[in-house]
Design a protein around this ligand. Structure first.
Ligand SMILES: C[S@@+](CC[C@H](N)C(=O)[O-])C[C@H]1O[C@@H](n2cnc3c(N)ncnc32)[C@H](O)[C@@H]1O
Length: 166
């Protein structure tokens, strides 16, 4: 939050039920959540009315260079390496020059898992070492300012702070 100007536009990628959209808005930011799931969007709209929009992390419904910040918690972990590369390109595209993104993904220590909801519907959690995540960020044209693994949190996630060069 400190990296974003007061009232700046921050997008929460894969916002789920909107808890963090609500928290970002409470800090005075122009927070918007994006999610693909109609059910999650309904929940998020209750928490953060007028602040959620349907969309895919691989093709964000946002104009180039319009976001001061990007936040994403436990959502990019659902994407394959190829889709993650596309989504990180989208992060770079929507950030304004100098804008910052903080992304939380599963680390290899969290393990890779496929959860079946129905015969033809499964949700995959992709686990990656921190070096893979930082490599994909750099390949997408983002500068890596910080990267670590949070050993104590669920799935020991990789956390990266990246910046679009200003
Ligand atoms: C584990 S939940 C995390 C929700 C929230 N960020 C949180 O930390 O509470 C992952 C979310 O990512 C969303 N998601 C997964 N793939 C997506 C995609 N390609 N585009 C947009 N949202 C996606 C899911 O619908 C789900 O709401």
């Amino acid at each position: 939050v400190g990296a974003v100007p007061a009232h700046g536009l921050v997008v929460d990628l894969g916002c789920g039920p909107g808890r963090e959209v609500e928290q970002l808005a409470a800090r005075g930011l122009a927070a918007v959540g994006v999610d693909l799931s109609a059910g999650m969007l309904r929940l998020a709209a209750r928490r953060a009315p007028g602040r959620v929009v349907g969309g895919d992390l691989r093709a964000l419904p946002l104009r180039d260079g319009t976001c001061d910040g990007v936040w994403s918690s436990y959502a990019l972990l659902h994407l394959s390496d190829a889709d993650l590369a596309v989504a990180l390109g989208e992060v770079r595209r929507v950030l304004r020059p100098g804008g910052t993104a903080v992304l939380v993904l599963a680390s290899q220590r969290g393990g890779c898992e496929q959860v079946a909801y129905a015969p033809e519907h499964a949700r995959v959690f992709h686990a990656r070492p921190v070096e893979t995540v930082t490599g994909l960020c750099r390949a997408a044209g983002l500068q890596v300012e910080h990267a670590d693994t949070l050993e104590q949190a669920w799935r020991s996630p990789v956390r990266v702070r990246v910046r679009r060069a200003g």
